[in-house]
Design a binder for this molecule. Structure first.
Ligand code: COA
Length: 173
């Protein structure tokens, strides 16, 4: 098998996402990781920050050639067309993910009929992790190392330290 596109928000990337990417790389000679935006979400990290975090995390995880990270503000199908990719991977943790994933796969296929979506099960070890949960832990000053790569844990702590300082200052006024 040749190339597959793995799009996501990765706000931030978690151990679960990294596990999926490394497993995809065993099946495909090239994995294009696409850090994209969803209009349904408000992001903590900018696209550039998410790309950089992903690159560092993959390096630490030992991903070598064949895994490339891109940032995009365009439709995922347009990126796929540009890169001549006809396969998208999405990861499913529990049945709760299914309806959203099915709708997205269906919309993508209507936009680009040659595009197939392949669903890969998240490792049950990481099935409870979500980017929202990780942000919540970090927002209250919790340690996120269990859930995310070291560089991401550091970036989260930095981001919220600044936020908490602002909040404390606001309360003093
Ligand atoms: N491990 C850990 N978490 C996982 C996971 C795994 N294996 N698999 C899924 N998740 C979680 C994520 O943590 C995330 O949690 P959150 O909802 O708390 O943030 C959630 O599942 C899904 O997030 P993610 O995988 O980052 O992707 P997304 O659903 O935010 O991505 C895009 C959506 C960006 C791919 C989609 O909106 C897109 O393609 N946008 C570009 C514009 C476009 O084409 N729009 C039309 C789409 S039809």
């Amino acid at each position: 098998m040749s190339a597959i596109l793995y799009p996501g928000s990765f706000d931030p990337v978690t151990h679960g996402h990294i596990d999926v990417i490394l497993r995809l790389r065993k099946l495909f000679s090239r994995v294009l990781v696409l850090v994209a935006d969803s209009r349904r979400k408000q992001y903590l990290f900018s696209t550039e920050e998410r790309v950089e975090m992903m690159q560092k995390a993959l390096k630490t995880a030992g991903a070598k050639n064949g895994v490339d990270v891109f940032g995009s503000k365009m439709l995922t199908v347009d990126f796929a067309k540009k890169e001549k990719i006809n396969l998208i991977a999405r990861s499913v943790r529990t049945v709760a993910d299914w309806e959203y994933e099915y709708a997205m796969a269906d919309a993508n296929r209507k936009l680009l009929p040659s595009l197939e979506t392949l669903f890969i099960m998240a490792d049950p070890k990481f099935g409870f992790i979500s980017s929202t949960l990780v942000r919540e832990v970090a927002a209250f000053g919790g340690d996120t190392k269990e859930f995310v790569p070291p560089n991401v844990a550091k970036a989260l702590a930095e981001k919220y330290k600044r936020g908490r300082k602002c909040f404390q200052n606001e309360r003093r006024v």
